[in-house]
Design a protein around this ligand. Structure first.
Ligand code: GRF
Length: 204
């Protein structure tokens, strides 16, 4: 099977996928391509180092979101992926794009959804005095960070934690659970039915 990964930045979750494909955590799968909206995303370098095709699509080359997303879908579909993985891809997706990949596109969001959709989740958890925070892997639907949650990992938040402390703790968990979920999907154990996630025949 094969996957396409969309990134905008550091790509540490991409790296976790690369490693998982190499060490067998994800079986019989290759990352066909990595696509970024940012030319300087370090994730592109990680992809090159792993011998993976990279594509940079500059937002400024397209008249609007629909045109950009259409071009991106064309690039993605050329690789015929079984699964599309959002790994720190920092753009809102058009309706058309989301519906084209509905049920075969995953995202990782750094909060215990439905808490803290959107940005600055770590800061918001700290400011709220949460003792517990975490990350969620979910199917991507029309609603921003609102698709069915598949798996979450919790981390503690300690009294004097900085945003950096919490980010590091959360990302460590993302790197563990995201490849796991991708593998479930690729092994046909996971699907989206009626906007709900189904794992091994059980509604989650
Ligand atoms: C991750 O923490 C993820 O939850 C969020 O963006 C971050 C991407 O980090 N969607 P990286 O580029 O994978 O290092």
């Amino acid at each position: 099977k094969n996957i396409v990964v969309l990134i905008s930045g550091s790509g540490s979750n991409l790296q976790a996928m690369i490693d998982a494909c190499q060490n067998g955590t994800i079986h019989d799968t290759r990352i066909a391509a990595v696509i970024s909206n940012k030319a300087d995303a370090y994730g592109l370098e990680r992809a090159r180092l792993a011998g993976i095709d990279t594509v940079h699509l500059a937002v400024s080359d397209y008249s609007d979101r629909d045109a950009y997303d259409r071009a991106m879908a064309e690039k993605i579909d050329a690789f015929q992926p079984d699964l599309v993985i959002l790994a720190g891809f920092m753009r809102i997706l058009s309706h058309e794009f989301v519906s084209h990949y509905l049920g075969r596109m995953l995202n990782v969001h750094p909060s215990l959804l439905p808490k803290y959709t959107g940005l600055h989740t770590h800061q918001r958890a700290i400011e709220a005095g949460d003792k517990e925070h975490g990350t969620s892997v979910h199917f991507v639907t029309e609603e921003l960070d609102g698709g069915p949650v598949i798996l979450q990992a919790k981390v503690p938040v300690f009294d004097n934690d900085t945003v950096e402390d919490v980010t590091a703790r959360v990302q460590q968990q993302e790197h563990r659970i995201y490849p796991l979920v991708a593998n479930w999907f690729l092994q046909d154990r996971l699907s989206m039915v009626d906007e709900g996630a189904v794992f091994d025949g059980q509604k989650l």
